[in-house]
Design a protein around this ligand. Sequence first.
Ligand code: UDP
Ligand code: MG
Length: 136
Amino acid sequence: MSKLEKTLSIIKPDAVQRNLDNEIKEIFKNNGFRIINEKKIQIEKSEAEKFYKVHETKPFYNDLCSYLSSGPIVVMILEKEGAVKANREIMGSTNPKDAAEGTIRKKFGISIDKNSVHGSDSIDNAKIEIDFFFKD
Ligand code: UDP
Ligand code: MG
C-alpha cells in the first residue's frame, strides 16, 4: 500500500483561459484525489523563473516562464495514496501528442508548451513546490 502523499498541481493558463478548471478538478476528484488547498492566481515572470529554475539551461526556459505568467493559473495541493506518481499518470506525457488516452494532456493539451497541467515529479519536489505556493 502506498503512503498518503501530497503533490502540487497547476492548471496552466491555456486551460484556465478555456474555462477547463472545473472539469480538470472533477477528473482529479473522480480519480480519488482530495483537493486540500487551491487558489487562482497570476504570477510574475520572475516567480515563474524561480519555480522552473531546474529548467534554466533549457532552450524553452524563457518562453515557458513567459507562458506560465501570461494569465491566471489554478494551483492546488492534491492528496491521495501515492499522489505524486498517480498525478503524473493522470496528467499524461509532457507532449500531448504522446499522452495516453484518458489522460488530461491527451484530452485538453494543445501542444508541448500549452499542455494544460503541471505536476510535481518527485516527493521531494512536491514538498518544495507546495511550499513555493502555499507557505505564508
Ligand atoms: N516544455 C516545453 N518544451 C519542451 C519541453 C518542455 O515547452 O521541449 C514545457 C512544458 O510545458 C512542460 C514544462 O516545460 O510541461 C516543464 O518540462 P518538464 O520536462 O518538466 O515536463 P513535465 O514535468 O511538465 O511533464
Ligand atoms: Mg517537470
